[in-house]
Design a binder for this molecule. Structure first.
Ligand SMILES: Cc1cc2nc3c(=O)[nH]c(=O)nc-3n(C[C@H](O)[C@H](O)[C@H](O)COP(=O)(O)OP(=O)(O)OC[C@H]3O[C@@H](n4cnc5c(N)ncnc54)[C@H](O)[C@@H]3O)c2cc1C
Length: 386
């Protein structure tokens, strides 16, 4: 095992750092949960793509730079270090992109990947339905073949960034008589197609973080089927593996939060509970452990391995770490944690509260942590289902 970076990797880091220093927005963008902020983020993605940094591990012909996953981790470290904007097309570049690389035809790769890299087309994820959340195999939305089209009927919900996204990928029942995991297909649907209605779902802060999407005889061409008809579950599990096991939450995100937590503790150590010192140190170590574990996963993938059920361990680790980091920050801040952003003493405080509220969703999205524990029990520990 060689834990040193090569001269080429160090040079790549320097290049990324310099480019981000020169190009990353100096002020935070408006949230992508509102139209104006969504467009600002798309513009930023466009600039990132022009710089060749939208998705460094992708082949050059699809908008990447043919880097390996270790360089992607280096890129991510520099990206979070620079405080650059959240990735509005994360469902595309981190989840669907790698799935198209694995299952897509050459035509699908050429059609979808470059526009994904530039965020000319932003993607929403269409798994959840009103009666299918944790139990995804219960989905009912149908896509029935009619000549060269699928005719889609039903409803998806909780599609993050769905209010403004251009496309949705999702699982649809192509065999209406099938049950559970069988008879499902992975289909790519333009959200402006006739018969598709997108209804934003507002959060308590009135921002449209999600959408529900209705399909009434919506038609999409069969060329939008990814993988084989009826074998969509396998394709979707590959997407979920990338989501939980590697790409959605790169370690740099938590390393940066841990570093900020250490700084926050140093600033407030004289007026907060001294026992928090130990907790801060432990959380910093957990963020480092997550980083090392991700380097291990990437080394395994580079040696030809695949992401399997251990992605569930990963998902539990990062989502619980995120909650603990933010919870500890709020304890350090004490009464200040509850200040409105307009209060004179509130500078930098709101960020922790917002982060905490979002962190609470981590154990729910990408498959709840209870479901991940079921996967670990059955598929890693070999325990009986009942
Ligand atoms: C911030 C956020 C973003 C999201 N983005 C998207 C998106 O882009 N696209 C999308 O399709 N969905 C998205 N979702 C939806 C998410 O995938 C679902 O909320 C999640 O899968 C849980 O489904 P549910 O809400 O229907 O809860 P339910 O499935 O009804 O579960 C309720 C509770 O019961 C527990 N439970 C259920 N079954 C079991 C079991 N077998 N064993 C043990 N416990 C169980 C669950 O863990 C949970 O605590 C998002 C959710 C959030 C919070």
């Amino acid at each position: 095992m060689d834990l040193q970076y090569t001269p080429e990797q160090k040079e790549f880091r320097r290049e990324v750092r310099e480019w981000l220093h020169a190009n990353a927005p100096k002020e935070p963008l408006t949230t992508f949960d509102v139209k104006e902020g969504f467009e600002q983020h798309c513009e930023w993605e466009h600039r990132l793509n022009e710089g060749g940094f939208a998705m460094v591990p992708w082949p050059v012909e699809y908008g990447g730079r043919g880097a390996d996953l270790l360089e992607w981790l280096i890129f991510e470290e520099e990206y979070y270090r620079a405080g650059a904007p959240g990735r509005v097309n994360q469902n595309g570049i981190f989840l669907l992109g790698p799935t198209i690389m694995e299952y897509g035809t050459p035509e699908q790769k050429a059609r979808f990947l470059p526009k994904m890299a530039s965020s000319e087309e932003v993607w929403a994820q269409g798994w959840s339905e009103p009666n299918a959340g944790s139990d995804m195999a219960a989905i009912q939305t149908t896509a029935v073949r009619d000549g060269d089209d699928y005719v889609i009927n039903g409803q998806k919900t909780w599609a993050s960034r769905g209010a403004f996204a251009h496309w949705m990928f999702g699982l649809f029942r192509t065999d209406p008589d099938s049950e559970r995991h069988r008879g499902l297909s992975f289909i790519l649907v333009p959200l402006d197609a006739p018969g598709v209605t997108v209804r934003p779902i507002e959060k308590l802060n009135h921002k449209a973080a999600f959408a529900e999407v209705f399909f009434d005889d919506a038609r999409v061409g069969v060329e939008n089927l990814l993988g084989e008809e009826g074998r969509g579950w396998q394709v979707a599990m590959s997407t979920a593996g990338f989501e939980r096991g590697l790409m959605l939450r790169s370690p740099a995100r938590f390393q940066q939060t841990a570093a900020k937590l250490v700084a926050l503790y140093r600033e407030h150590q004289h007026d907060c509970d001294p026992s928090l010192r130990r907790r801060v140190a432990e959380l910093w170590m957990r963020a480092e452990a997550y980083t090392l574990d991700t380097y291990r996963t990437v080394s395994r993938l580079l040696a030809g391995g695949k992401i399997g059920a251990e992605a569930s361990l990963n998902k539990i680790f990062w989502s619980e770490l995120d909650v603990a980091l933010h919870e500890t920050a709020l304890e350090i801040l004490g009464w200040r944690a509850e200040l409105l952003p307009s209060a004179p003493a509130a500078e930098g405080v709101g960020e922790w509260l917002d982060g905490y509220i979002f962190a609470l969703a981590g154990p729910i999205y990408a498959g709840t942590n209870e479901i991940q524990r079921n996967v670990i029990a059955e598929r890693i520990l070999g325990l009986p289902r009942k």
